[in-house]
Design a protein around this ligand. Structure first.
Ligand SMILES: [Zn+2]
Length: 169
């Protein structure tokens, strides 16, 4: 036992530690996965992205930045209330799952960490459901409403743009 541990024994127990900020890690992992996917599917090289993948990644990164769950967010693949919009979420999940093996060989540690984060999210969800009080339910609903509001406006504007194009044709 180190001296530090001995000292800790005499100190009053502290509150549980704040959740770690794993968002930068997750972003880096997503970036790498997108690179691996685009390189093998869209004839790009060196982890660079084609314009379509760049647009998708930019969208995803922006949404992560505005995530209502903050730094304690679950990884996006495990999120119960994905805020990317239907199409982007579908593409995102497809890229993340299909390029997983390629990224694992490039950076196994980051992939394992990402996997653990995913398991953590599942576990946290289980625990939440177990001891969810009225107050927590209320908070979750508020978070969901927040996301719904955040996704509504860009979705609508994209749709209206599309319909305009169709009319021109
Ligand atoms: Zn691409």
């Amino acid at each position: 036992m180190s001296i530090l541990d001995k000292i800790k024994k005499f100190l009053p127990k502290r509150k549980p530690p704040e959740p770690k900020n794993t968002v930068p890690q997750e972003k880096e992992h997503i970036r790498k996965t997108f690179g691996a996917y685009c390189n093998s599917h869209h004839e790009t090289t060196d982890g660079k992205l084609c314009s379509k993948c760049t647009a998708l990644l930019t969208n995803v990164m922006l949404k992560i930045q505005r995530c209502p769950y903050g730094i304690g967010k679950p990884i996006c693949e495990k999120c119960e209330t994905p805020c990317f919009g239907e199409n982007v979420t579908k593409n995102f999940l497809e890229i993340m799952s299909s390029a997983q093996k390629k990224v694992f060989f490039k950076s196994p540690l980051a992939t394992v960490k990402h996997k653990i984060a995913g398991i953590g999210a599942d576990y946290a969800k289980m625990q939440r459901e177990k001891n969810s009080t009225e107050k927590q339910k209320e908070q979750e609903q508020k978070a969901k409403a927040k996301i719904a509001n955040a996704t509504r406006s860009p979705k609508n504007s994209a749709k209206s743009k599309k319909s305009k194009h169709k009319k021109k044709k």
